[in-house]
Design a protein around this ligand. Structure first.
Ligand SMILES: [Zn+2]
Ligand SMILES: [Zn+2]
Length: 370
C-alpha cells in the first residue's frame, strides 16, 4: 500500500473517532484545513465549518472542483469497530469520514505532482445531512466561481467493494421535508366522546397519506412519502389536544414534486375534518434532484477501469445537486459493501474502497485538466 493510501485510512479513522454533526464541524474543518496546509494547498474558509483548498497552475486552463461532505449524524454508534465514535450520540454513519479522507488523499497526490495549468478546487462541505444543506452557503461564498466541471462521489454499502457506478441523467431524488400539526381537544381518556382524539386522527392520517403514492401519482413516476416522526401525548389516561408528525417526500419529476404537498393538504384536511380536528402543514422544498450531466458522466466513466456497473436511480437525496446547477457535473457511487445500510448504528464500510475513491478523484482531475 502506498503512503497516500495509509494516510487516507489513518485520517478516516481519526475523523470516525471524532464525529461532528451538521453545521457543528469545527474540529473536523480545522483538521482538514491544517492537513491541506501541510500538503502545500492554498486554504480558505468559505463558512465557519467548511474548507476550500486550491491548487493553481501557472498557466490558465480548466477549473475542476472535487467535493466531499464532512458531517456526521446524530446517531449513537454500535458498530463495534476499534476506532468507534468517542462522542456519544454522534456517528459517521453515512461514510462522510471516508469522503473527507479520500479527498485529502487526492489533494496529497495532486499537490505532490503539481498542477501544470488550470486549477483543482477541493470543496470540503459542511452540513450535507441537514436541509437546507451546506452546499448553498458555499456557493453563495463563491466556491463555484469559474468552475468548469464538478465531481463528487459517495461511498455506498449496498454496492459491493470493487464496483463503481456513474449514471447519466436522473440519479438521486429531490428531497423535501414537512411537519404536520393536528389540533383537537384534549380530555379524559375514559371519556373520549368529550374530546377530539388527535392520536386516533394522526394514526389514520399516516395510513391515508400513503394513498398519495399508491393511488394518486402515476405508478410509473417514482415518489416516496415517509412519516419519520410521530409525537403525541405523555400519559396513558389523557387524550392529547395536539399531535405532530414529520417526514420527507422524494420525487424526480417537477410536476410530481409540486403535486405531493397539494395532495397532503387535501387528504390532511379531509381526514382531520372527518374527526372534528384541524390540520396544518408546513412544507419545505429541500434539495433538488441530482441529475448527472451526460458529457461529465462520460468523462468519469472513462477513468473507471474494470469496476463500472450501472445501477437504477435511488430515492436518497444529496445537495451535490446545488453544485450541478452551477457547472456540469457527475456524482458517482463507490462500492463499500457492508451488512448495514447508511444511517444505521452498525454501519461499517469496507475500507479498501477508500483507495478506489481516492484514485477516482485524482484521475478525474487529471482528465479534466488534460
Ligand atoms: Zn447520509
Ligand atoms: Zn451521505
Amino acid at each position: 500500500m502506498s503512503g497516500v493510501d495509509e494516510d487516507v485510512i489513518a485520517w478516516r479513522r481519526h475523523l470516525h473517532r471524532n464525529p461532528e454533526v451538521s453545521f457543528e464541524e469545527h474540529e473536523t474543518s480545522a483538521f482538514v484545513a491544517s492537513t491541506l496546509e501541510q500538503l502545500g494547498v492554498e486554504v480558505s474558509r468559505p463558512t465557519g465549518t467548511s474548507v476550500l483548498g486550491r491548487l493553481r497552475g501557472d498557466a490558465s486552463g480548466p477549473v475542476v472542483a472535487l467535493r466531499a461532505d464532512i458531517d456526521a449524524l446524530p446517531i449513537h454508534e454500535d458498530s463495534g469497530v476499534e476506532f468507534a465514535s468517542q462522542r456519544p450520540g454522534a456517528m459517521h454513519a453515512c461514510g462522510h469520514d471516508g469522503h473527507t479522507a479520500m479527498l485529502l488523499g487526492a489533494a496529497k497526490t495532486l499537490a505532490a505532482e503539481g498542477v501544470p495549468h488550470g486549477e483543482v478546487r477541493f470543496i470540503f462541505q459542511h452540513g450535507e445531512e441537514l436541509a437546507p444543506g451546506g452546499a448553498r452557503e458555499m456557493i453563495e461564498a463563491g466556491v463555484m466561481e469559474g468552475v468548469d466541471f464538478v465531481y463528487g462521489c459517495h461511498l455506498w454499502t449496498p454496492l459491493a467493494y470493487g464496483k463503481v457506478t456513474a449514471v447519466a441523467g436522473d440519479w438521486m431524488a429531490a428531497a423535501d421535508f414537512f411537519e404536520i400539526t393536528i389540533t383537537g381537544r384534549g380530555g379524559h381518556a375514559g371519556l373520549p366522546h368529550t374530546a377530539v382524539d388527535t392520536v386516533a386522527c394522526a394514526a389514520e392520517l399516516v395510513g391515508a397519506l400513503q394513498h398519495i403514492v399508491a393511488r394518486r401519482i402515476d405508478p410509473l413516476q417514482p415518489a416516496v412519502v415517509t412519516i419519520g416522526s410521530f409525537h403525541a401525548g405523555d400519559a396513558p389516561n389523557v387524550i392529547p389536544g395536539e399531535a405532530r408528525l414529520a417526514g420527507t417526500a422524494r420525487s424526480f419529476d417537477p410536476d410530481v414534486r409540486g403535486l405531493i404537498p397539494k395532495l397532503m393538504e387535501e387528504i390532511g384536511h379531509g381526514v382531520c375534518a372527518a374527526h372534528g380536528a384541524s390540520f396544518e402543514l408546513r412544507y419545505v422544498y429541500g434539495y433538488k434532484p441530482v441529475v448527472n450531466d451526460a458529457a461529465a458522466t462520460e468523462l468519469v466513466r472513462s477513468v473507471v477501469r474494470d469496476e463500472l456497473v450501472d445501477l437504477d436511480p435511488i430515492m436518497g437525496g444529496d445537495d451535490f445537486s446545488a453544485y450541478q446547477a452551477e457547472a456540469p457535473g457527475c456524482y458517482a457511487f463507490v462500492g463499500a459493501g457492508g451488512e448495514y445500510p447508511h444511517h444505521h448504528p452498525r454501519f461499517v464500510i469496507d475500507e479498501r474502497a477508500l483507495k478506489i475513491g481516492t484514485r477516482l478523484h485524482v484521475d478525474v482531475a487529471r482528465r479534466v485538466l488534460g
